[in-house]
Design a protein around this ligand. Structure first.
Ligand code: NDP
Length: 239
């Protein structure tokens, strides 16, 4: 079984690990990248890299057209692209807030809505949204990010109800702290503080997030929809 898979923000970090996992399992994988060059680690194994900024609907449309021509309609969508703009509320500008929401939430809306067209026609589809433990736990200095990530849960669960009868599943993966560029900006002291709160006592590797995503897209997960799967070393227990 070789499916048409799209991973947004697949040029580095968690998205790259997810794209690699699908490609190694034999799927036809496309990634979007916003800046820089397409990652050689993926293009060398046949992954299609399409430039796309998910804050721009026209770029999303063009990316889908390119992917559909090469691989057919997207059957598995992993909405992974996301940003942070951390600061305390009193210093948070409206732009700090709206740009994070425009990428993490509205950007996800844009790519999911466009994928839905082909999934409705095919009467099947798998959508996995990458949220965060922070969306449910909250985090001082991340009100914009946490709000955008919590919103993905309501978004996915509404669509799970709206489109369940069409055999399209919508699930959310909520990673804890993962070793990527996004967390490299933290100081050693901040990292030690976080690790101290994680029952498993370490950061996740991107491949550990990819494993949960691969499962949700597999036949074994056919009866799972509207779920929030934590991959957080126990950090968010109780949510
Ligand atoms: P990175 O910062 O390493 O990568 C983010 C990816 O998103 C990059 O590919 C980036 O593209 C892409 N991206 C950002 N904005 C846009 C945009 N407007 N249009 C298209 N692509 C965009 O992050 P991670 O790999 O760590 O995170 C991936 C996802 O996982 C994010 O949604 C993040 O919130 C979530 N997450 C991460 C955690 C962590 O600890 N790292 C924990 C919990 C959740 P470009 O390279 O061009 O900037």
């Amino acid at each position: 079984m070789s499916r048409s898979v799209l991973v947004t923000g697949g040029n580095r970090g968690i998205g790259l690990a997810i794209a690699r996992a699908f490609a190694e399992a034999g799927d036809k994988v496309a990634i979007t990248y916003r800046s820089g060059e397409p990652p050689q680690a993926l293009t060398s194994i046949g992954v299609l890299a399409v430039r796309c900024d998910i804050t721009d609907s026209e770029q999303v449309e063009q990316a889908y057209k390119q992917i559909e021509e090469a691989h057919g309609a997207v059957e598995v969508l992993v909405a992974n692209a996301g940003i942070t703009k951390d600061t305390l509320l009193m210093r948070m500008s409206e732009e700090d807030f709206s740009s994070v929401v425009d990428t993490n939430l509205t950007g996800t809306f844009r790519v999911v809505k466009r994928a839905n067209r082909g999934m409705l026609r095919a009467k099947k589809g798998r959508v996995v949204l990458i949220s965060s433990v922070v969306g449910l736990l909250g985090s001082a200095g991340q009100a914009n990010y946490a709000a955008s990530k919590a919103a993905l849960v309501g978004f996915a669960r509404s669509l799970a109800r709206e489109l369940g009868s069409r055999n399209i599943t919508f699930n959310v993966v909520a990673p804890g702290f993962v070793d990527t560029d996004m967390t490299k900006v933290l100081t050693d002291e901040q990292r030690a503080g976080i690790v101290g709160q994680v029952p498993l006592g370490r950061y996740a590797q991107p491949e550990e997030i990819a494993a949960a995503v691969s499962f949700l897209a597999s036949d074994d997960a056919a009866y799972i929809t509207g779920a929030v799967i934590p991959v957080d070393g126990g950090l968010g227990m109780g949510h």
